[in-house]
Design a protein around this ligand. Structure first.
Ligand code: ADP
Length: 620
């Protein structure tokens, strides 16, 4: 124990020293007779306690206590008072002394106890002060964290959230903060380790913390590299940083959720708009044809129309009904498109064939100039959908051009594309309106002013369908002179050459869907007919390389039809499925038992290809 005795009376000082030194304890004792000397000693030596007389030559009473305390704020002071005045002693305690002793009453045990208590009390006070300071620091940290969390939660952009965190770290720890995009390899091993650890990592010297932050994907997308400007990072700091990181994790999830919500909201708004548009369309566009139908049927019921008038009425009714049917089809197709329910077949198909079908369907309305300048205009696609597109574009060309003017339809090909162009000499389209025509319900101003009926759905559907086929649709037009729509589709480069076209003939629905599925999943273009007659009819218009005939269900005149097939379509390989005589091996290029496996089918196709199609056959 190191004690400073401040006492001007040598006798008193000696007595105190004796009291303290008894029982073999060896306190380190220094004695000052004046306050000035005491202050000097306190300044340079480490002390555990000070015994201070309150009447010194250079200081008195409470003032001596104050000055002593100012010089040694952490050392407990026990006042020795010669005055029999408790009031002054109490004042001394109020001024900072730990205790007081009356010189006249003090004994050895009392003095030692007083000193020990004073020291312990002082130590307690010191500890209290330290923990209060720490608490205050933590309080500041917590308040800032809460603040930061508030701001982080209110931020709805990931980059901004991370920026906020970096700024917050800089504010709290005052050093430098670098942000890295995570996951990639980082400039040093410390950062790489932190990325692998997925939590804050403290450097050995405690002056640097790396903080990986997960992004919306849940992977570590960001990395904060924080250097302390002053004191080393403590456990509290790391804890706080981890808390911040967790806040940010939640905030980033919020960002993702918010984004999802926004897009859901947008699509709800869009669907709502679509619904409104549809209702308006139904109210408006269905009314016209219905009025015509109801009006004319009433007149016909009343026998009010005869001869040519009656014929004319019937024609109007039919046209109105066709218009309603088209409207219903378009609306249905659109709602499928909007709901993402449009499933397209992707077999290779000859586009020229489909365009020709569309042209033929529309031929009664206008003489069409149709030309195919392509050898192998094959695309992967869905024939009915493609036909819908061509009918719409060719139909528009007819609809928006005067009767008698030519409409040209051309199919051509380049190395990579098949192009279908449709050109008319009609009203044309105002140039600034062209690019909007492919939006739903959009019609050009000149069309709206005319008496030509329309809904503005056709081009929207055509564009959607063409794009779903990997193609695009373009328009060139001159107002008052005419328009040309061009559809460009990606071409299957080896045309049908590389893909076997298979025609399956069976009346068994289960077998049909099984075989078609097998064929398509092996990349073969396949069609199906229920009778051999229908199949032979189809072969008038469509090419095929292979015919698979189910001899167990196609029984009528099989032998005769078989001969006909061989005679009329010598290039087609024939595979028979069945158990009876009809499937006699020598007549067929390959046969299959019934039932059979997918691998049997592939083997039979391979065999038939090898025997029949020059250079043909596919790998099983
Ligand atoms: P609809 O013909 O039912 O109005 P579409 O979506 O098929 O709807 O066409 C949208 C608009 O594009 C038409 O209303 C018309 O203004 C314009 N349009 C389309 N094809 C032609 C064309 N060949 N000539 C002039 N305008 C056309």
């Amino acid at each position: 124990m190191r004690v400073l005795i401040v006492e001007d009376s040598p006798a008193d000082a000696r007595l105190v020293r004796e009291y303290l030194s008894e029982n073999g304890s060896q306190p380190e004792i220094r004695i000052a007779t004046r306050l000035a000397d005491a202050l000097e000693i306190a300044n340079e030596a480490a002390l555990d306690a000070i015994l201070l007389d309150m009447s010194l030559p250079d200081a008195h009473g409470v003032e001596a206590v104050r000055r002593m305390q100012a010089a040694a704020p952490r050392v407990p002071i026990v006042v020795l008072s010669g005055l029999e005045d408790e009031a002054i002693a109490a004042e001394a305690v109020a001024a900072g002394a730990q205790d007081y002793l009356m010189k006249s009453h003090v004994d050895e045990a009392g003095l030692r106890r007083a000193l020990r208590y004073a020291i312990e009390r002082q130590q307690l006070l010191d500890r209290l002060a330290a923990s209060e300071a720490r608490l205050q620091d933590e309080n500041v940290l917590l308040r800032r964290l809460t603040d930061a969390a508030g701001r982080v939660f209110a931020t709805l952009d990931v980059r901004a959230v991370v920026g906020l965190l970096a700024a917050e770290a800089r504010r709290l720890w005052g050093g430098t903060v670098k942000t890295y995009a995570g996951e990639r390899r980082q400039p040093d091993a410390f950062l790489n380790d932190a990325l692998a650890a997925r939590r804050p990592v403290l450097a050995e010297d405690r002056m640097r913390v790396a903080l990986p932050i997960p992004g919306t994907s849940g992977r570590n997308e960001w990395l904060l590299d924080i250097y302390s400007a002053g004191a080393p990072f403590g456990e509290n700091d790391v804890f706080a940083l981890d808390l911040l990181r967790q806040y940010v994790g939640i905030a980033i999830q919020n960002v993702a959720l918010f984004g999802e919500l926004q897009s859901q909201r947008a699509s709800v708004i869009q669907l709502n708009q679509l619904k409104d548009d549809l209702i308006a369309l139904l109210a408006h566009d269905f009314k016209g044809p219905l009025t015509t139908i109801i009006g004319f049927t009433e007149l016909l019921e009343e026998n009010a129309l005869e001869g040519e008038d009656a014929q004319g009425a019937l024609k109007s009714i039919r046209q109105s009904a066709v218009r309603l049917a088209n409207l219903a089809n378009d609306t249905l197709a659109m709602s499928r498109v909007e709901q993402g329910e449009l499933n397209l077949e992707v077999d290779p198909v000859n586009v020229a064939q489909i365009v020709q079908d569309a042209v033929e369907a529309l031929a009664p309305q206008r003489a069409l100039d149709f030309e195919v300048a392509a050898k192998d205009p094959v695309v992967r696609g869905d024939p009915p959908r493609l036909r819908q597109v061509f009918e719409n574009i060719v139909g528009n060309a007819i609809k928006y051009s005067p009767e008698g003017t030519p409409v040209k339809v051309r199919v051509s090909e380049t190395d990579r594309t098949v192009r279908i162009s449709v050109q008319d000499q009609g009203m044309g389209i105002p140039s600034d309106e062209m690019r909007f025509l492919f939006e739903r319900f959009t019609r050009a101003s000149n069309a709206k002013r005319s008496t030509i009926k329309g809904t503005g759905l056709g081009l929207y559907l055509a564009k959607t369908l063409v794009e779903r086929h990997g193609g695009n649709i373009q328009v060139q037009s001159t107002l008052g002179e005419g328009s040309m729509f061009t559809i460009v589709l990606p071409r299957v480069r080896d045309g049908m050459g590389g893909v076997l076209r298979v025609l399956v003939v069976t009346s068994d629905e289960n077998l049909a869907s099984y075989v078609l599925h097998e064929l398509r999943s092996h990349g073969l273009a396949s069609r199906r007919d229920k009778t051999l007659t229908a199949a032979l009819e189809r072969l008038e218009a469509e090419e095929a390389d292979l015919m698979i005939i189910d001899c167990d269900t196609i029984t009528s005149d099989l032998a005769q039809l078989f001969k006909r097939a061989r005679r009329e379509k010598p290039g087609i390989a024939l595979i028979g499925i069945g158990s009876g005589d009809a499937a006699h091996p020598s007549d067929w290029d390959a046969t299959l038992p019934n039932p059979f496996l997918g691998s049997d089918l592939q083997r039979a196709i391979h065999e038939a290809g090898r025997r029949h199609i020059p250079g043909g056959g596919v790998e099983a």
